[in-house]
Design a protein around this ligand. Structure first.
Ligand SMILES: Nc1nc2c(ncn2[C@@H]2O[C@H](COP(=O)(O)OP(=O)(O)OP(=O)(O)O)[C@@H](O)[C@H]2O)c(=O)[nH]1
Ligand SMILES: [Mg+2]
Ligand SMILES: [Zn+2]
Length: 339
């Protein structure tokens, strides 16, 4: 499973691939089988950036001693799929490495969201070849509508409708499979990533669970990133649904998806216009109403997320609330005084 193109590691080190990640330890696969592995202490200390630490799909140099495997270093990556660890911060969290095809999956139900597809696409763009998989086609009479809207958004990117339970469309995935190939599935919880993977493997390896009825959201069934092996030699990476991803890259999403805002804003009366309720706002005036509404929504989500993760803002909020509670108590007390 280790391609010869990977730089040879010098003995006594051997080459392995990270196939699972748990808190504090890894599972690696070598020519001789699977074993647990730890990261060499120095590797941890040298790398303050988490993206330099091993992640599922990574090829690593390991050393065996006393029945344990130690990851000595991460071999050069072909690519790395990341997401922002916290919205607004520059630190990135690694998701999976060395991917030949990334499947951005989304269900054709109430969870369908073009903006989210766009954010995933932006995260993969220029780094990892990707396609869009629209799942649960058995529940949809006219999947064409969904396919067309994605194709319109991401022209030239392949978009396939599939049903893991009926097996429809799975043949379209086969062109991305083969010995030495690595494919990975990302997308929200409940879209059916693990179900698809089980269908490709031909057996129920990954646990799957029903989505919530009221909103079609999943229950975060898969909890660790894991690399599985198909009989034909394809490696498949399953990932847990990314709840935060919806917002993690909101900033990038906004700026790319609404490129015209920047241009239009030169016509606003105020140079610091937030295109909200300010008078003579060129953005509000010129944008299509529906498009403006989705721009506003994304902005609000991004602002909320930024506030949530900014410690200074947090303490400001706390002070503000403390003042409000104090004022309320004062009013309560006065109320009784006036009696
Ligand atoms: N009707 C229908 N249901 C599906 C399909 N694929 C998956 N499901 C159902 O959707 C639910 C969620 O599937 P999972 O495979 O667990 O979803 P997941 O994307 O792996 O979710 P996380 O592991 O939480 O990220 C299960 O009840 C599946 O049976 C499909 O093609 N059609
Ligand atoms: Mg899953
Ligand atoms: Zn404005």
């Amino acid at each position: 499973m280790i391609p010869s193109s990977i730089a040879q590691v010098e003995p006594p080190l051997t080459c392995a691939r990270v196939i699972a990640q748990d808190k504090g330890s890894y599972v690696v696969a070598t020519a001789g089988g699977e074993s647990r592995a730890q990261i060499r202490g120095a590797l941890l200390h040298e790398n303050t950036e988490s993206i330099e630490l091993p992640v599922v799909g990574d090829y690593v140099a390991i050393k065996h001693s006393d029945g344990t495997s130690m990851i000595e270093r991460v071999l050069e990556r072909k690519n790395l799929f990341t997401r922002r660890a916290v919205w607004g911060s520059h630190s990135m969290q690694p998701i999976a490495a060395n991917i030949d095809t990334l499947f951005i999956t989304m269900a054709m139900n109430r969870d369908f969201n073009l903006r989210r597809i766009e954010r995933y696409a932006i995260a993969a763009a220029n780094k990892i070849p990707f396609v869009v998989l629209l799942t649960k086609s058995d529940l949809m009479e006219k999947p064409e509508f969904f396919i067309d809207s994605v194709s319109l958004l991401l022209n030239k990117i392949p978009v396939f409708a599939v049903s893991a339970v009926e097996g429809d469309g799975l043949d379209q995935i086969s062109q991305f499979l083969g010995r030495g190939k690595t494919i990975a599935f990302v997308g929200s919880s409940g879209v059916g990533k693990s179900t698809l993977i089980n269908a490709l493997l031909g057996e129920d390896v990954q646990f799957v669970q029903d989505v919530r009825e009221q909103d079609d959201r999943g229950r975060h069934t898969t909890t660790r990133r894991l690399l599985l092996q198909m009989e034909d030699g394809t490696s498949i990476i399953d990932t847990p649904g990314m709840r935060e991803f919806a917002l993690a890259d909101a900033e990038d999403g906004i700026h790319t998806a609404f490129a015209e805002v920047l241009q239009l804003s030169t016509g606003c009366r105020f140079s610091d216009c937030r295109h909200n309720t300010e008078p003579d706002c060129a953005v509000r005036a010129s944008m299509d109403a529906a498009r403006y509404a989705s721009y506003q929504k994304l902005e609000r989500e991004a602002a909320f997320e930024a506030r949530k993760n900014d410690p200074r803002r947090k303490s400001e909020d706390r002070l503000k609330w403390r003042a409000i509670h104090k004022e309320n108590r004062r009013r309560e007390n006065n109320k009784y005084k006036n009696f």
